[in-house]
Write a protein that binds this ligand. Structure first.
Ligand code: ADP
Ligand code: MG
Length: 335
């Protein structure tokens, strides 16, 4: 496997978060057994940002929840600094003890509506230290300032804030736990473009300042292109392409990645015309197709794709799981 996560420096950087062959399965009465994550491997190096991208239902949040101990791991391993994380569902605070914090899309549901903002921000700190209430408040105000909110926000309630301001509050709360890894699960997806860009700029500053490592989960290619050093593309619970962002986003090879990028005119206006479009709706993860999971939607499908599952392999400076990678490279070389 190509070492995804080395974008910002040398390949000898420390792997901080390692995910190996992660499988997450849900059992429900109406859909039966559903393998939402089917053998995902990722390496994230310290102080880098790995974006995990894919359509809704591809298993991104399941990867995030498994890393945080919020979802049971069926098989595989998750390591931080080479220490195994438990595979069982953990109490809510356990991920925090391992230096992991998660920020979700919907800030209003992750903040207690009855609490003043400072109390939400200081929650992880209060759980760890017995300082006085005044000291917790002071620390919370300082974090609010750091994320661009004035002290006067400390006593407001979540409903008095805009979506962007609430997301700043949840970022401040994540920082209060002094994390090493922050998982941003669609954290900017609900925001309009100018607010989104401000939050992305803030995340970038915080990352440099605190040597943070991000797992940036998004279906928004524009945001990914701005923030990520490395990219892994997920389709129906499998990584289909992974590598440095400039390789995968500027020169996508997997037909699914090509289709995702073609849908975002701002990234490559010139490429849009010739990019191949995926056909039809995503398949059902409860009933994935045989062979390559993408074959029913793939414009390059051949018989082999219907029967043989492509292995993830290194080709053309990236990892790719596609039987036709070499052909697609040739066919699209002059496009
Ligand atoms: P994404 O974040 O990429 O949209 P998810 O990880 O949320 O993907 O979901 C992957 C698949 O798992 C989807 O088909 C979803 O319906 C299913 N799923 C997610 N959570 C559960 C759950 N708690 N129980 C049953 N199925 C689930
Ligand atoms: Mg999700």
């Amino acid at each position: 496997m190509l070492s995804v996560g080395s974008a910002s420096g040398s390949s000898c950087m420390t792997v901080l978060l390692q995910v190996r062959d992660l499988t997450v399965t849900y059992r429900s009465r109406n859909r039966g057994t559903l393998t939402a994550v089917a053998g995902v491997s990722l390496d994230i190096h310290e102080a880098t940002t790995l974006a995990l991208i894919g359509e809704s239902g591809s298993g991104k949040s399941s990867v995030a929840r498994a890393i945080c101990g919020l979802t049971m791991v069926e098989s595989g391993a998750i390591k931080i600094d080479e220490c195994d994380l438990p595979r069982e569902i953990d109490p809510a605070s356990a991920a925090g003890q391992h230096g992991i914090q998660i920020v979700f899309q919907d800030a209003s549901s992750s903040l207690d509506p009855r609490w003043p903002i400072w109390k939400s921000v200081s929650e992880p700190r209060r759980a760890r230290s017995r300082s006085s209430s005044a000291e917790h408040r002071r620390a919370a105000v300082s974090l609010l300032n750091r994320v661009g909110l004035p002290a006067s926000f400390a006593d407001r309630r979540p409903h008095q804030l805009s979506g962007g301001q609430r997301q700043r509050v949840t970022i401040a709360r994540a920082l209060a736990a002094d994390p090493r890894i922050v998982i941003l699960d669609e954290a900017v997806s609900a925001l309009d473009v100018s607010v989104r860009n401000e939050i992305l700029a803030l995340l970038d500053e915080l990352k440099r300042e605190r040597r943070l490592t991000y797992l940036f989960i998004s279906h928004d290619m524009g945001a990914v292109a701005q923030i990520a050093g490395d990219v892994a593309v997920l389709y129906l619970g499998k990584v289909v392409e992974a590598g440095r962002a400039e390789t995968v986003i500027r020169h996508p090879l997997h037909p699914y990645t090509r289709a995702l990028i073609a849908a975002v005119p701002s990234i490559h206006p010139e490429r849009r015309r010739c990019a191949t479009q995926a056909i039809g709706e995503p398949d059902d993860p409860a009933n994935p197709p045989s062979g390559c999971r993408f074959h029913r939607r793939c414009p390059y499908v051949i018989d082999r794709c219907r029967s043989d599952e492509p292995a993830r392999r290194e080709y053309d400076f990236r990892d790719i799981a596609c039987h036709r990678a070499e052909d697609i490279k040739k066919l699209t070389a002059n496009a």
